[in-house]
Design a protein around this ligand. Structure first.
Ligand code: DER
Length: 237
């Protein structure tokens, strides 16, 4: 399968380039690409001493992946107090040329962000399909984790920011009603159309592919929107 082999080569390259020998703490994200990252870590030579490395999972699927690989993980009740995580490996749903990422396709974005922000280095492992000139080109919306009690308010706030189609993520199969995250929260998927890079704001000519920009009333530059959403999500920056 060409996609799986693209994920696998991205994972092998990421581990070869960024996994430090005798690492103390390594963050492990969620999704299907990260499974190839864990396989590549298991294949590292003994000199990497991974038996003494502590792997920090980012949710139940991440923990299960580590368990299946026989890697030791911490009981993730809190981040390591005494130090930062050496490197956090994770996937993404879409990445732009400034390495901004859309995350949350797997609804694991809260713990992923927590671990990523406590790591010295964040390594995003993504095959060619994920790289787009601008976020929102292929991945249709920005996932936002929300406390169930605040869900309707947050949907209204996102719509006020221009995401007319913001809505709760419903369980597609075998789950009536909204899905729950590992933190027992809901996910709101908020389409904002294509998100602009810093250099785009104020540019006159149409962006290269000329397609209709944005889907809401206004166009958003990636960082400005991320700041607004962090306020709504209350995620520690
Ligand atoms: O939810 C996320 O952000 C994950 O990293 C995930 O969406 C990546 O998934 P994939 O590696 O299966 O594409």
């Amino acid at each position: 399968d060409p996609i799986e082999s693209a994920k696998r080569s991205a994972a092998i390259r990421a581990v070869a380039d960024h996994f430090p020998p005798s690492a103390r703490y390594i963050g492990i994200g969620s999704g299907s690409t990260i499974v190839h990252v864990v396989d590549a870590i298991r294949a590292l030579p003994a000199s990497y001493n991974t038996a003494s490395t502590i792997f920090v999972p980012t949710g139940y699927q991440s923990r299960q992946t580590l368990y299946n690989a026989g890697l030791r993980d911490i009981k993730f009740d809190s981040l390591p107090r005494d130090t930062l995580i050496d490197v956090a490996f994770d996937g993404a749903d879409e990445v732009d040329e400034e390495l901004n990422c859309i995350k949350g396709g797997g609804a694991c974005l809260y713990q992923e962000k927590l671990v990523a922000t406590h790591a010295r280095k964040f390594v995003c492992v993504a095959d060619h399909r994920k790289l787009q000139a601008r976020l929102g080109s292929k991945w249709p919306s920005v996932p936002v984790e929300v406390e169930p009690l605040a869900a309707n308010t947050v949907v209204e706030q996102l719509r006020a920011l221009g995401s007319k189609g913001a809505k709760l993520r419903e369980g597609q199969m075998a789950k009536a009603g909204p899905i729950k995250t590992d933190q027992d929260n809901f996910i709101v998927d908020a389409p904002f159309g294509r998100l602009l890079l810093k250099g785009d704001v104020g540019r006159k000519e149409k962006l290269e592919d000329g397609e209709e920009k944005g889907t809401g009333e206004r166009e958003w530059e990636v960082e400005a929107l991320a700041k607004e959403i962090k306020l709504i999500e209350g995620v520690l920056s």
